[in-house]
Design a protein around this ligand. Structure first.
Ligand SMILES: [Zn+2]
Length: 293
């Protein structure tokens, strides 16, 4: 099915919401200490306890600069993993085409962290089975701590979480640029280190005059995670995730700032307002195709 990604204007930037499609993951993993009875109201689980998720990849465009944030799962999964996560062929390249662009037009890539559902699409499996770099002209920015773990995971938990990362990084090695802390990628677009989900997780922020946009990636993976204690079981430092999300949500509250989420299956982006101690969504960029899926 052909879908044109929705767009918003952030000053002189355009942000288009691309997606690598829908997938499913275990609801318990996605909500950590939150009881199933609470999360299942907003995210009904299937018979395998999986909930439907998205793979949101904002594309920030201005002039010749095209900054993609994250790449989804891509097409590198084998049949078994593809079934576990219920992910088909990615739509990222289709969505680029719908914007009149090609993979070669992506100039910069900000990767929030090197888990498979964010870095998988850096590579693409050709029909021959060979993996190649998906965005051959892009400079790829990732925090140096993430790269170090991908190359040498120190323990079993990290080895499991970064299972795919070593191979992916090796294929696109010449394109990677390790950054250390907050870094301006192009004028007005920042990669900002948050930690929390992983030790060196980063988010992407766009500022132009009074307009702003922040892709919170796995700091707020779905709209439900706007609640302080709702964090993923994967978070290495859940308290840090809580602090970071509170900071960005407070800043955005009642302002024009758009926030987007890595995995929400119904909302690409939202504006928020704090009401009686809770963050409510006041404006939204809906995921239109999800209703048809
Ligand atoms: Zn994720």
């Amino acid at each position: 099915m052909h879908h044109t990604p929705p767009k918003i204007a952030i000053g002189s930037f355009t942000v288009a919401f691309l997606t690598d499609g829908l997938w499913r993951n275990d609801g318990g993993c996605m909500f950590g200490v939150v009881p199933r009875e609470l999360w299942k109201r907003e995210h009904p689980p299937d018979e395998q306890n999986r909930i439907r998720l998205n793979l949101t990849c904002p594309l920030i465009i201005k002039g010749r600069d095209a900054v993609l944030v994250d790449t989804g799962i891509g097409n590198r999964l084998g049949a078994v993993e593809g079934k576990i996560f219920d992910h088909g062929e990615g739509w990222l390249l289709d969505h680029l085409r719908a914007l009149g662009m090609e993979a070669g037009d992506v100039t910069h890539l900000i990767v929030s962290h090197l888990h498979f559902d964010h870095c998988g699409g850096i590579v693409r499996r050709r029909e021959s089975g060979v993996l190649e770099s998906s965005f051959p002209n892009a400079r790829i920015f990732v925090q140096k701590g993430e790269l170090a773990i991908a190359k040498n995971p120190r323990n079993e938990r990290l080895r499991a979480a970064y299972k795919a990362a070593g191979e992916i990084v090796a294929i696109a090695e010449r394109q990677f640029e390790a950054i250390d802390g907050d870094t301006e990628i192009v004028p007005g677009v920042m990669a900002v280190r948050t930690g929390g989900h992983t030790a060196d997780h980063q988010i992407a922020a766009v500022q132009d005059g009074a307009d702003s946009f922040v892709h919170l990636a796995d700091i707020v993976p779905t709209r439900s995670h706007m609640r302080g204690p709702w964090n993923q079981a994967y978070d290495l430092d859940a308290l840090r995730s809580m602090e970071e999300k509170a900071r960005y949500l407070e800043q955005a509250s009642g302002s024009k700032c758009w926030l987007s989420f890595a995995h929400d299956d119904s909302i690409f982006a939202a504006r928020v307002r704090k009401e009686h101690g809770r963050f409510e969504i006041t404006d939204r960029v809906p995921v239109s195709y999800a209703a048809e899926a």
